[in-house]
Design a protein around this ligand. Structure first.
Ligand SMILES: *Cc1c(COP(=O)(O)O)cnc(C)c1O
Length: 363
């Protein structure tokens, strides 16, 4: 059986360091908003090339807080892809704003800047490009659109830790970048966690307050906030793992390139890496018209796969009557064809070879 992801192997590789970090937190006896979080925030801001990082409960909360921080209010429109994890769109709706879905680039699966341009209205307040699967969205044309219309760019970098666009780190190009540290992400905590990065001091101050009951000093509540803080245990884990992120991403890239070589000439469409991109392969996603046949064949051969995502957001029941879109042709055809293959730093060449061989055998 080849599993889709193997977090047990990951924890074995770093178990001594993690235990030492746990012990340190425990001995300090301080579990929320302490030294570990401050240290991680400093490390991660530096890693992403931004001024500030604010640790929160999850990637979902990061997105909600980011939109709130730029002053999104009911009736505002936010342009985003429909081919994404639902949390991207939920953040828009939870702020009372209207999700406007734009179609995607058929090769990178990220939002198509031309589609975005055609959806801008005077009510558009923000664009959320999602760096899907670990490949960055095409940011330069999006930055141009945003500048022309005075719109904010909020990056959903929840799948793109360490990914780069023209040598700039994912999360550092928009006014705010949002990350998830859900265990299965390229940088994952031992539970839920997320963060926001920004180089805007005002936004940093605002979100720091928002995540902590709207207070700057204890019992002085300036706004209606929430409780969304990354706890010390998670920050300690992430500080250890951040040191390994580049090495682990490199391993993902190596397995992706092995898949590429082995699947060349086969009828499946392989992922691409645009000249502007450094792909970190959060997921290795192929496309086939015979996706469902291939998927059940691989299952029978003991290979665990995933589909990211089988139903686009605009077709979800929860989104009936919400938001709008014009033409989502690429989104709709891609969701019926994508298949995510096992890819993580703890696999070996033999497993990749076996999977590629089974794909060729089926098709
Ligand atoms: C994982 C993910 C999120 C949500 O992050 P959580 O930490 O699970 O709340 C949002 N957007 C994308 C694209 C994701 O992959």
């Amino acid at each position: 059986m080849i599993s889709f992801i193997d977090l047990k192997k990951e924890s074995q590789e770093i178990s001594e360091e993690i235990r030492a970090a746990f012990r340190c937190v425990q001995e300090r006896g301080w579990y929320v908003l302490g030294d570990e979080l401050l240290a991680f925030e400093k490390d991660y801001a530096q890693y992403t090339g931004t001024q500030f990082c604010i640790g929160v409960n999850s990637g979902s909360d990061a997105l909600v807080l980011a939109l709130k921080a730029i002053g999104i209010s009911p009736g505002d429109e936010v342009i985003l892809p429909s081919h994404t994890f639902v949390a991207t769109a939920d953040a828009v709706v939870r702020n009372g704003a209207i999700p406007v879905f734009a179609d995607i680039d058929p090769e990178t699966y990220c939002i198509d800047p031309n589609a975005v341009a055609s959806m801008v209205t005077p009510r558009t307040k923000a664009i959320i490009p999602v760096h899907l699967y670990g490949h960055p969205a095409d940011m330069d044309p999006l930055i141009k659109i945003a500048d022309e219309h005075n719109i904010h760019l909020i990056e959903d970098a929840c799948q793109a830790h360490g990914s780069e666009y023209r040598s700039r780190k994912a999360g550092s190009m928009g006014i705010i970048g949002c990350f998830s540290f859900y265990p299965g992400k390229n940088l994952g905590a031992y539970g839920d966690a997320g963060c926001i990065v920004t180089s805007d001091k005002k936004i940093d101050e605002k979100i720091r307050m928002e995540r902590n009951y709207g207070q700057k000093t204890k019992y002085q509540h300036t706004c209606i906030g929430m409780n969304s803080r990354m706890d010390e245990i998670q920050a300690a884990v992430l500080r250890v793992k951040l040191k390994y992120l580049d090495r682990w991403n490199e391993k993902r890239r190596r397995f992706a390139s092995l898949y590429d070589d082995l699947l060349a000439g086969c009828s499946v469409i392989r992922p691409i890496e645009r000249e502007y991109a450094r792909h970190v392969y959060h997921l290795y996603v192929i496309r086939s018209k015979k996706r469902d046949i291939l998927n059940s064949y691989l299952k029978k051969k003991g290979i665990e796969t995933g589909i990211h995502y089988p139903i686009p957001v605009h077709q979800q029941k929860a989104y009936r009557g919400r938001g709008y879109y014009k033409d989502l042709k690429v989104t709709e055809s891609v969701s019926g064809e994508v298949l995510s293959l096992p890819l993580h730093p703890w696999m070996d060449d033999e497993e990749v070879r076996y999977i590629a061989q089974m794909i060729k055998k089926c098709l």
